[in-house]
Design a protein around this ligand. Structure first.
Ligand code: CP
Ligand code: NVA
Length: 309
């Protein structure tokens, strides 16, 4: 599969995504077989925002593939002092074999891809978090087998994770219902884009509602994320008020299908977007999702940087 960047699931076909899942499953089953797959290669990791999972899973992932990862924190590089994204991308491309970036403005990952000459991976932008959605659907596939026909309910803020899950759903043939308080729904352009993709691919059209109980009805997955994302800390209080009624509770889980699972990208705030009884309960898959970030990202790295590209 020849593919230059991993910026959005919008750019990847169902077959390509399923191919990443198959590769990730193989890597997870037998990691040592891939110990030299990216031998001698380097990944630059730009972080404009904090991270636990993304940083560690990419760094460990590169190590397990025989390469290395360089952590470039927001304050460590000249980007912080006004060097352009374009110059940063062009220069890093002379040293490393791939760039992973966690940014505020989605335009920054687009610009890294445009000005650099190596593959770029979106490790979260204000608009999208495709690595997370990839890990989540992989986790669901491990649990339930083929994904087409399953229903995801996303309850909470119509944010980067929600957007990425919407693209994943339409690519993989899942239904998705996104329940948000008025004024906190998904980006309208993203909604339109996913609706167009759904029509093109014959997938269910994503739904957006203000009624969480309607969203979780007949759902196979109930998903939530923080009410205030990184960069929105000043809105925390206002959001906490606006999101009353959108906490995932045991009652909400009971309104989904009996075999439904609970998902959250983490980090989580127990008692805010989800009750501790749900997050730590038997339906919760949150640590499997976190683990699978490692496996699916290794598949992405190998596909972009290894022999398959
Ligand atoms: N889910 C996720 O991306 O976590 P981090 O912010 O810890 O990387
Ligand atoms: N929506 C959250 C996801 C964190 C992984 C944020 O952007 O902060």
């Amino acid at each position: 599969m020849a593919r230059k960047h991993f910026l959005s699931l919008k750019d990847w076909s169902r077959e390509e995504i399923e191919g990443l899942f198959d590769l990730a499953a193989g890597m997870k089953a037998d990691p040592t077989a891939w110990a030299e797959a990216l031998k001698g290669q380097s990944l630059a990791m730009i972080f404009q925002k904090p991270s636990t999972r993304t940083r560690v899973s990419f760094e460990v992932g590169m190590f397990q593939l025989g390469g290395q990862a360089l952590f470039l924190g927001a304050n460590d590089i000249q980007l912080h002092r006004g060097e352009t994204v374009g110059d940063t991308a062009a220069v890093l491309s002379r040293y490393v074999d791939g760039i992973m970036a966690r940014v505020f403005a989605h335009q920054d990952v687009l610009d890294l891809a445009r000005h650099g000459t190596v593959p770029v991976i979106n490790g979260l932008s204000d608009l999208l978090h495709p690595c997370q959605a990839l890990a989540d659907y992989f986790t669901l596939r491990e649990r339930r087998g083929p994904l087409a026909g399953l229903k995801m309910a996303y309850v909470g803020d119509g944010n980067n994770v929600a957007h990425a899950l919407m693209f994943g759903a339409v690519k993989l043939g899942c239904a998705i219902s996104v329940a948000c308080p008025p004024g906190y729904g998904p980006n309208k352009l993203i909604f339109k884009s996913t609706a167009r993709e759904a029509q093109k691919l014959g997938s269910p059209k994503p739904e957006v509602t203000n009624d969480p109980m309607a969203a979780v009805a007949a759902a196979d997955v109930v998903y939530t994320d923080v009410w205030a994302s990184m960069g929105q800390e000043a809105e925390q209080q206002k959001r906490a008020e606006a999101f009353q009624g959108f906490r995932v509770t045991p009652e909400m889980m009971a309104a989904a299908r009996p075999e439904a699972v609970f998902m959250h990208c983490l980090p989580a705030h127990r008692g805010e977007e989800g009750d501790a009884a749900v997050m730590d309960g038997p339906q919760s898959m949150v640590y499997d999702e976190a683990e699978n970030r490692l496996h699916v990202q290794k598949a992405v790295l190998y596909t972009l940087m290894g022999g398959a590209s």
